[in-house]
Design a protein around this ligand. Sequence first.
Ligand code: BEZ
Length: 250
Amino acid sequence: MNIDWDAKSYSEHFSFVPQYGRDLIELLDGKKLKILDLGCGGGNLTKEICDRGHEVTGIDLSQNQIEFAKKCYPEIKFFVSDALALDFDQEFDAVISNAVLHWIDERNQPLAAKNVLNCLKKGGQFVFEMGGAGNNALIHGELERQFAKRGLKYEMAFFFPSVGQYSSLLEGVGFKVVYALLFDRPTPLEGENGLKDWMDTFVKAPFYGLDKSISDDIKLCAQTALKDKLYRNGVWYADYVRLRMKAVKF
Ligand code: BEZ
């Protein structure tokens, strides 16, 4: 899935994405590692990794995000690359990836995992966090209802696996899974229309081909319907469920 991100707006309004990713760095064993940040976005997490003394390269599919990252952190290597077309050969001690893998179609997940494996030296570490089973279930469920009310079919375009599902996938390509956690993380969103704004940014594919007026109506009706569940003390929350894992190359 290729979204033409507005890198500056993303970093201003959704800064929680790289911030939450910091915990991932703690899962890495070793100092001065050579690390690939897969799906680095605007480079905030890449910079944190660099500041901890590692040698890091950031890659992302989005040209806008990479240009933004290069401007912000000229001392770090960044370039555009696709997880499905990586061609590193055992160059890295670790691959880290935050909030990226759920964008890859389920059928392409084994290829992505195999490519990560090929990037790593023997014993190399793959640490990542992605949306896990049940991620944003309230939001996608309500959008599905709003589409159905209008005679439309809602196709949820993300892959949110369980621990078992993703462990099998990783083991199938040659990883040993050493850590796995699935946990709820209700995530505060900015502004009175926080949920609608979140949908505008992150749920694009189901709305392709619909008029803006219909799309806006669906999202506003979904936001209203979810107020009881996702709005507390003046703040909107997205019902995030995270899958955090670490796997090692045999
Ligand atoms: C996430 O879980 O990080 C996520 C999933 C889908 C869209 C946006 C974010």
